[in-house]
Design a protein around this ligand. Structure first.
Ligand SMILES: Cc1cc2nc3c(=O)[nH]c(=O)nc-3n(C[C@H](O)[C@H](O)[C@H](O)COP(=O)(O)OP(=O)(O)OC[C@H]3O[C@@H](n4cnc5c(N)ncnc54)[C@H](O)[C@@H]3O)c2cc1C
Length: 453
């Protein structure tokens, strides 16, 4: 039988964005309900058992370009330990003119693959002398004020094609799940774009902004896995009085109501904090289907990996034929993982190229990809466990984000999560907290609010 229950705020979606808002509002005494379609809250922060430990199957680190995550951990007093990755840094795999696949550490100082010092030895190692000399000319070229080209075109015209092929494209694909052809720098890294406009050079802008540390150390993680951040935040939200209903898909929303299968929740405000496609569906916006993001977490026993030959991981240039576009050597990256694994056992995570996830779901496919990307001899028998995960709603392109934002604003519905803030916890968490603060400043707890603290 249908019934209607009223609340201060109903949040649709229990990923890190929804959980952050739930905690903020509940601790301020608001009567809030969070409804989550799947059986577990956390969204793309999810754990899975591999090699005897609870590994991350989705996000595994957060960028330190904002203090958003660290602030949340401190303010919510979450019992998690934030940790630095091992200093080894990541590599890039690319094909030399001879046809041989080579691997080299990513440049020490670079942003979105663009080097701060094109003639530095670590850049020359990847681009070759000719490619590096071409990249060094970037500072001499006038920066045109016309319409912004795609990131690929920008990088090629400014730095030359090798920078695009060996650095920008692999980084863009592995970090942002998009081709550099289909995105603009101003969308991926607005601060860098603005700095380049101000300084008249991308090289100078990167030099001004890039941390003078190893690639990869612009991120942090959580001891035991990033999934623990969501688990502890959920616990904090529950303690503060939030109601979290999992296994409860939302079918439709308005600015003041949320339709479940056999129940309607009404509220002074409704927040959509789902993935981009789910948000578009709830808002009746037609968007093209984005391919799922495929990840495979595997347990491998192979001596060749003991010395961490590719540091914390490797990203692949497009000319390297592999079903995986990136590989994270989890126990090389995180000391807690290395300490938890038996000697000789490795935790390796592969990110699949769009449409090639199926090639990585068995030991043969995994061994092939690991061999290609690391250069280490790994046989199918060395691959002890394969856990494939497909994330169906992980990519929010700028046009989808714009269309969804407009539809939400028109209907008086608040929008949170990566669809509103951009991909990654460093953007999602501060955005969610700002939204919660805005909701609080525009409302007082309803009479029915049960928790005031
Ligand atoms: C493989 C992978 C690796 C990543 N690595 C990193 C990383 O290292 N660092 C980083 O910062 N970011 C990373 N990201 C991105 C990051 O995980 C996301 O930007 C962030 O977690 C998004 O959080 P969210 O709350 O917006 O959405 P989500 O986590 O997607 O949560 C949305 C929730 O809404 C629920 N939902 C959907 N539809 C409905 C409905 N109709 N009714 C009710 N509930 C619904 C979903 O079940 C889901 O739980 C990664 C993502 C993936 C997929």
């Amino acid at each position: 039988m249908a019934c209607t229950v009223s609340h201060d705020v109903v949040i649709v979606g229990g990923g890190i964005a929804g959980l952050t808002i739930a905690w903020e509002l509940a601790r301020a005494g608001r009567d809030i309900v969070l409804v989550e379609a799947s059986e577990y809250a956390g969204g793309m922060l999810r754990r899975g058992a591999v090699a005897g430990l609870d590994a991350d199957l989705g996000a595994e680190s957060f960028a330190t370009r904002t203090t958003g995550v660290a602030d949340l951990v401190a303010d919510a007093r979450l019992p998690v330990q934030l940790v630095e990755p091992a200093p080894a840094g990541a590599h890039v795999a690319f094909r030399r003119r001879s046809g041989r696949v080579d691997r080299a550490p990513l440049p020490r100082r670079a942003l979105v693959g663009m080097p701060a010092d094109p003639l530095a030895p670590d850049v020359v190692r990847i681009l070759g002398r000719g490619g590096a000399r071409r990249a060094a000319q970037e500072r001499l070229l006038p920066l045109s004020a016309g319409e912004e080209p795609s990131l690929a075109e920008l990088a090629t015209t400014r730095f030359g094609p090798r920078v695009t092929a060996r650095l920008v494209e692999p980084l863009c694909r592995s970090v942002y799940s998009q081709s550099a052809d289909s995105v603009r720098l101003s969308a991926l890294h607005p601060v860098l774009w603005e700095k380049a406009q101000a300084l008249g050079s991308l090289t100078d802008a990167v030099a001004a902004l890039a941390p003078a540390v190893r690639a990869g150390s612009a991120v942090r993680g959580v001891e035991g896995g990033l999934w623990r951040l969501a688990a502890e935040l959920e616990a904090a939200a529950l303690r503060a009085g939030a109601v979290i209903r999992t296994g409860t898909p939302v079918r439709a929303v308005t600015g003041t109501s949320v339709q479940l299968d056999d129940e309607t929740l009404s509220a002074a405000a409704v927040v959509i904090a789902t993935g981009p496609t789910a948000a578009a569906q709830l808002l009746y916006v037609e968007v093209p289907a984005a391919p799922p993001v495929g990840v495979v977490v595997t347990e491998i026993v192979a001596d060749g990996l003991d010395a961490f030959p590719i540091g914390s991981g490797v990203i692949a240039a497009p000319d390297v034929d592999s079903a995986a576009k990136a590989l994270t050597h989890v126990d090389a990256k995180w000391e807690w993982a290395s300490a938890a694994l038996p000697a000789g056992t490795h935790l390796v995570r592969l990110s699949a190229h769009a449409g090639r996830h199926d090639e990585l779901t068995d030991a043969v496919g995994v061994a092939t990809a690991v061999r290609t990307l690391t250069g280490v001899r790994v046989s199918p028998a060395d691959v002890r466990r394969v856990v494939p995960v497909a994330w169906p709603d992980a990519v929010a392109t700028p046009p989808v984000r714009a269309a969804v934002a407009e539809a939400a604003a028109t209907r008086g519905i608040r929008l949170a999560g990566a669809v509103a803030a951009g991909t990654g916890l460093a953007s999602v968490v501060p955005h969610a907290r700002a939204l919660a603060s805005d909701l609080l400043s525009h409302s007082t707890p309803s009479e029915g609010a049960r928790h005031v603290r």
